[in-house]
Design a protein around this ligand. Structure first.
Ligand code: FAD
Length: 473
């Protein structure tokens, strides 16, 4: 029997889609990549995932695991037609939290926002917050080792994963569903799957670490005259409110202008525009901490030092949500504004101002007039350094690779990364080949070969061109 027929028999009507009914899964979120699959498998259990992988392995047909398909690096769709997309969406069970231990067991297809709402009132939260949380799933978040706005305080996804269940390329199940922080019995296998972008196995279940749910938040937005002021204020916040600080997010006036122009429900909170803005949030799981005083103290001193032009503090939950949207709608505003180039850079927070200065010189030398929209997570030095073409133009004059290459080099020279939190996917593999040293590349090739020897899982993602590097024996 042909593979498509076998999978269709195995999974039934709810679990198998063939072309032309694969459209919602076929293209990536940016609609930049994605070839036609043989079909989309939607298993309802780990046993079904095992069967799918066994059949694909026997037939040597590539498998691409897919979560919410919000990847910004093109890793969740096929690079060549004919493979099978395995969507975990139907495996979305979320158990009750273990409140004694502060953990929760979830299936890989659980959507992050549903985990957040399920935890409401339990006294616990999963501190992973990002603009895509209404669609992104646990398996995708783990596989990309997602960061988001709270990462500087609570860590990235790898810091929240205690245990995993993973189906390997040949259908074997690795049951690593422990729920302890401390487990030094050998290599840290669970960490290996964090950030593996679907190239080592299909994650089917996870035990996640929870943190106490804050009972109070204070959220402020301030406008600033320049990025140096933003950087100095972020340093003061870390020093003086660090125990309670949960977010310090920055965005520029250009980003805000695009968001306000294309998303009419956004509200600008100040009387005048400014070059830069910071969204600041402090929170505590104790009602007794004088959070507002702590934040006001830092902000007042920043006013006195002329770091801040204006500021607002949210006085209600709806105002808090309004302020957050100003930051979270930055990617959507730029997407709606037209062509863009995305770069996901990190350098140490103290060097971010230098990076931005040098990066601007680079960009202007490559394409004078190119418009820069830096925004992101200032507290951990992660900037989404996105570009729009010069006014009146619709393209980057064929210089896309030059921007990525020179900005990536600058970040690397400064001890940072050209792929901070979105992963390599398919779109940045060439950059990794160029900017990562041969030993590092070889280690990755060897790992891939050891765990997926036939390279059936998500070929073309993460280590694609490393095929050319001979494994060290
Ligand atoms: C508006 C917007 C804002 C964003 N903000 C952030 C942000 O602040 N921080 C951040 O880190 N990212 C951000 N992202 C990127 C994206 O949301 C994250 O990378 C997210 O973790 C992807 O989850 P997903 O379920 O959509 O995965 P997908 O896009 O479906 O897949 C991503 C990768 O994981 C693999 N994968 C998916 N599920 C599994 C599984 N069960 N087993 C094995 N491999 C799997 C896929 O093969 C692919 O390589 C943003 C994206 C958007 C659109």
């Amino acid at each position: 029997m042909a593979l498509a027929d076998e999978l269709s028999c195995l999974l039934g009507r709810r679990g198998w889609r063939s072309p032309p009914n694969c459209q919602p899964w076929q293209r990536d979120w940016l609609n930049q990549s994605g070839e036609e699959p043989l079909g989309v498998a939607m298993p309802a259990s780990t046993a079904e995932v095992t069967q799918i992988l066994k059949l694909c392995h026997q037939a040597q047909v590539p498998v691409v695991p897919q979560g919410g398909n919000t990847s910004l690096a093109g890793g969740s769709v096929l690079g060549e037609s004919g493979g099978v997309i395995v969507s975990l969406s139907r495996m979305n069970r979320i158990s009750s939290p273990d409140v004694e231990s502060g953990t929760i067991e979830v299936e890989a297809g659980a959507v992050l926002a549903n985990i957040h709402s399920g935890l409401e009132g339990s006294g616990f939260m999963l501190p992973m917050r990002l603009g895509s949380e209404g669609s992104a799933q646990v398996g995708g978040l783990i596989s990309t080792n997602a960061g988001g706005s709270h990462a500087f305080r609570y860590g990235m996804m790898q810091d929240l994963v205690l245990g995993l269940e993973v189906v390997l390329a040949d259908g074997q199940i690795w049951n690593g569903m422990r729920n302890v922080q401390k487990d030094n019995a050998g290599y840290q296998l669970r960490k290996l799957f964090c950030g593996s972008e679907g190239t080592l196995g299909v994650i089917t279940k996870a035990n996640l670490k929870l943190h106490p749910e804050p009972v109070q938040h204070v959220t402020a937005c301030v406008s600033l005259p320049d990025f140096n002021s933003a950087s100095r204020l972020a340093t003061s916040l870390r020093r003086e409110a660090g125990d309670f600080l949960t977010a310090v997010e920055f965005f520029s006036d250009f980003g805000l202008e695009m968001a306000l122009a294309h998303i009419p429900t956004l509200r600008f909170p100040f009387s005048e525009r400014a070059p830069h803005y910071l969204l600041i949030e402090v929170s505590s799981s104790s009602a007794k901490v004088p959070l507002e005083d702590i934040l006001n103290d830092v902000i007042e001193r920043a006013f006195d030092a002329n770091l801040i032009l204006d500021g607002v503090i949210a006085t209600s939950l709806s105002k808090r949500a309004e302020l957050w949207r100003l930051r979270e709608e930055q990617p959507e505003g730029q997407r709606l504004a037209g062509p863009q180039l995305k770069h996901d850079i990190s350098v140490s927070p103290g060097r971010l101002a230098v990076f931005l200065l040098e990066a601007e010189k680079i960009c202007m030398s490559i394409l004078p007039g190119v418009r820069i929209n830096p925004f992101g997570h200032i507290a951990d030095g992660n900037v989404h350094y996105n570009l729009s073409p010069p006014l009146g133009q619709q393209s980057f004059a064929g210089q896309e690779a030059e921007f990525a290459s020179q900005l990536g080099e600058l970040a690397s020279e400064m001890g940072g990364s050209f792929a901070a939190e979105h992963g390599l996917g398919r779109t940045k593999v060439w950059l990794a080949d160029r900017l990562r040293n041969p030993v590092e590349r070889r280690l990755m090739t060897n790992l891939k070969s050891a765990i997926d020897s036939t390279r059936n899982l998500n070929p073309g993602t993460l280590t694609a061109s490393l095929k050319l590097v001979r494994p060290v024996i």
